[in-house]
Design a protein around this ligand. Structure first.
Ligand code: TXA
Ligand code: MG
Length: 317
């Protein structure tokens, strides 16, 4: 009998060879990272890039993040300045995307960057994707592996829910972090375009300057960042203290009772745990058929800032 999820494959050596062949032939494939699962293709190939935009139904105005194995590879396409090195020395590789100036000689397909003069560059930490990147002679353009505006996937079956049997998915277990990378603009004035697990306070400490949170402003530097996003497709109400029984109640902390309709992000009030559970709960609640979600107030400090950012965007009408 054919397994519905027959397109989910284990990252054994035989399969890794297959994956590399697919990528070399301009194919696309879903790969695990420490943040969320991505939909990967050769960043130098117009064919691969087109496939990614089509499968995701993504606007061509919204640039993709390009993933590299190391600095030597990235240097071929983007300018790595002092500020970059300072931050990379502390946080690279990891859940951080740098917006950097594209070099004239860069081979990145212009469509991948929405024809901008900058590139979103990330060095993922996940061991499976690092193995793959190491064997390739090109970087991987890789947005989150979900249809545009939907919930980012944090495990292989989540990706299968998004795209069915259309693409192969490499099973790397549950994503450690569970929300997308921090996006940091290093083109001109430094700013955070998308908050994440690496916070502005951590970055400010290293650079010894104040960092803007530009994503709050009207200027759309990250074209995808102001639209409704990360959404389970049902109305979400924030900062609620109580919730009717028939709706899903996302809670945080020990004081909330365990009820059938409640989903506690972290009983211990641990924000890392809460971030890891957020998309998992969104998907679970959606699949259980709830029509509305109520969410309690989440502390707006540290990683809580990124959680609130995703909640606000998911709640956008
Ligand atoms: O954690 C992550 O970053 C995941 C994993 C798979 O690496 N990827 C991810 O990609 O979240 P995506 O495409 O879902 O989100 C990329 C964000 C978008 O908001 C996009 O607008 C912004 O990064 N971005 C990419 N390149 C940019 C650029 N050159 N200038 C400004 N924003 C950019
Ligand atoms: Mg995304």
């Amino acid at each position: 009998m054919k397994n519905f999820y027959s397109n989910i494959i284990k990252p054994n050596p035989k399969n890794l060879n297959k994956i590399i062949k697919i990528l070399k032939k301009d194919g696309i494939i879903s790969l695990p990272t420490e943040t969320v699962y991505g939909l990967a293709g050769n960043a130098y190939s117009k064919i691969s890039i087109r496939k990614i935009f089509n499968v995701k139904k993504r606007s061509k105005k919204n640039p993709l993040i390009v993933h590299y194995y190391n600095l030597k590879d990235a240097k071929k396409d983007v300018v790595l300045d002092k500020r970059f090195h300072k931050i990379f020395n502390k946080f690279g590789p990891g859940p951080l995307t740098f917006i950097l100036k594209k070099k004239q000689s860069s081979r990145i397909n212009p469509i991948a960057c929405a024809n901008l003069k900058t590139v979103g560059v990330r060095f993922p930490k996940n061991k499976i994707i690092r193995k793959i990147l190491k064997d390739l002679s090109f970087p991987l353009a890789m947005p989150s592996a979900n249809k545009s505006s939907s919930i980012s996937p944090v495990k292989a079956t989540d990706v299968a829910e998004e795209f069915g049997n259309k693409i192969k998915i490499v099973d790397g277990g549950v994503s450690k972090i569970g929300i997308e990378s921090t996006v940091l603009n290093l083109d001109g004035k430094i700013s955070i375009l998308r908050p994440g697990i690496i916070t502005s306070t951590q970055l400010e400490k290293i650079l010894k300057i104040k960092i803007n949170l530009k994503y709050n402003q009207k200027i759309i530097k990250s074209p995808g960042s102001l639209r409704k996003h990360y959404s389970p497709g049902i109305p979400i109400y924030l900062n609620k203290k109580k919730c009717p029984k028939e709706f899903a109640f996302i809670t945080f902390g020990f004081k909330y009772p365990v009820t059938r309709n409640s989903f506690n992000l972290s009983r211990k009030s641990n924000l890392n745990e809460a971030a890891k559970n957020l998309y998992k709960f969104f998907r679970l609640i959606k699949n259980k058929g709830y029509k509305k979600i109520y969410v309690v107030k989440i502390p707006n400090k540290g990683i809580g800032f990124a959680i609130n950012d995703r909640l606000k965007r998911a709640a956008k009408k």
